[in-house]
Design a protein around this ligand. Structure first.
Ligand code: PMP
Length: 361
């Protein structure tokens, strides 16, 4: 068996140690005689898995006690629809900052429920920048301000937490959660689909300042009510237990590796190596994002001649480097280098890129 270096944007590579443990425990979970995925979510085994996942995530991210942590089925897109339903009155203004595809998606999901104020939008410039909060046109009585911390497709990242005053800041951290230390207390809501930095697809994490859960929101079914979900400890209905279990293993792995401080260092080195390789290629490769807004997690790049895309992907695959094709909305290439991507993987990619340029220069 040989595992490739997998640069997929999500579902994304998982730590090999996590996959091995899941494999080991697949048939017989810690002596119970059944897999965790075959056991009741109300039983002691799964209750412990769930509780440990939350405790470990709280420790990993330093989540304060006045924040609730929800584990929800459905992806980040579902959260994008539920956030206005839970935190805004019908038709209330909500501010949206759009710096890429996912900010646009968030806005689209919220549009039926709130009056959108487009506080900033970089689409006309091709989503290559993260305009500073001082330039955002925020409204006075917004229910919240929503922005995307890291745009997975366009490779645009806000590194500093925007200061939006008293209005709760709602942030999509799907592709950069737990990639570096973060002051959670600056946010109203942080949400993320798990399938990039936290584990498998099929579960999301929603971190909510508890006082916001008393907002009336809008008429909605109980299952769409975050307060009800919290009261039921994220088990209002049958939760995605396998995904929750894998998420828990992934968080434990991150703690064992040294936590977010260590991943911040590794991620900085990985991103620096890749951007340097691109920038020093004399235009053979190019990344079009304004340097200060370049994502540490998703590195989109183009070859100088699109006719080289197919051979690049084919030869990369032969070299054990997979899933480098860019998202269809942008084209070109994209290397996603989340926490679980080892530094050796990025070193192998950089070396391959230089070698490819020499051979096809
Ligand atoms: N937001 C961001 C930043 C994403 O990267 C993605 C998925 N790639 C989504 C939202 C949508 O997530 P999901 O597919 O889990 O709904």
């Amino acid at each position: 068996m040989s595992r490739a270096y997998n640069f997929s944007a999500g579902p994304a590579t998982l730590p090999e140690a996590v996959l091995r443990q899941a494999q080991e425990e697949m048939l017989d979970f810690r002596g119970v005689g059944a897999s965790i995925v075959e056991l009741s979510h109300r039983g002691p085994e799964f209750i412990q898995v769930a509780a440990e996942a939350e405790a470990d995530l709280r420790r990993l991210m330093g989540i304060p006690q006045d924040y609730a942590v929800l584990f929800t089925a459905g992806g980040a897109t579902t959260a994008q629809a539920l956030i206005p339903l839970n935190f805004a009155a019908p038709g209330q203004v909500a501010d949206y900052v759009v710096t890429g595809h996912w900010g646009k998606t968030a806005l689209k999901q919220a549009a039926p429920y709130v009056t959108i104020n487009l506080a900033a939008n970089t689409e006309a410039g091709g989503f290559r920048d993260a305009p500073p909060p001082s330039t955002w046109s925020l409204s006075k009585d917004a229910a919240y301000v929503h922005y995307t911390a890291n745009e997975t497709i366009h490779g645009v990242e806000y590194r500093d937490i925007p200061d939006v005053g008293e209005v709760p800041l709602v942030a999509d951290f799907s592709s950069s959660i737990a990639s570096e230390p973060l002051d959670v207390s600056k946010f109203g809501v942080i949400y993320a689909g798990a399938q990039k930095n936290l584990g498998p697809v099929g579960i999301s994490v929603v971190i909510v300042r508890r006082d916001l859960l008393s907002r009336a929101g809008q008429p909605r079914a109980d299952i769409f009510n975050y307060a009800s979900n919290l009261a039921a400890e994220s088990m209002l209905n049958t939760p995605p237990s396998w995904n929750w279990y894998l998420l828990g293993l992934t968080v434990k792995w991150m703690l064992a590796e040294g936590g977010v401080e260590e991943f911040a260092r590794r991620n900085a080195r990985k991103a620096a190596l890749l951007y340097t390789t691109i920038d020093q290629s004399g235009g053979y490769y190019r990344n079009e994002v304004v340097p200060a807004a370049r994502s540490r997690m998703n590195v989109p790049f183009f070859l100088h001649d699109a006719a080289l895309d197919a051979p690049f992907l084919a030869e990369a695959k032969d070299a054990g480097l997979i899933s480098l094709k860019g998202h269809r909305v942008l084209g070109g290439m994209r290397a996603s280098i989340y926490n679980a991507m080892p530094e050796e993987g990025v070193q192998a990619l950089a070396a391959f890129m230089q070698d490819f340029q020499r051979r096809h220069g």
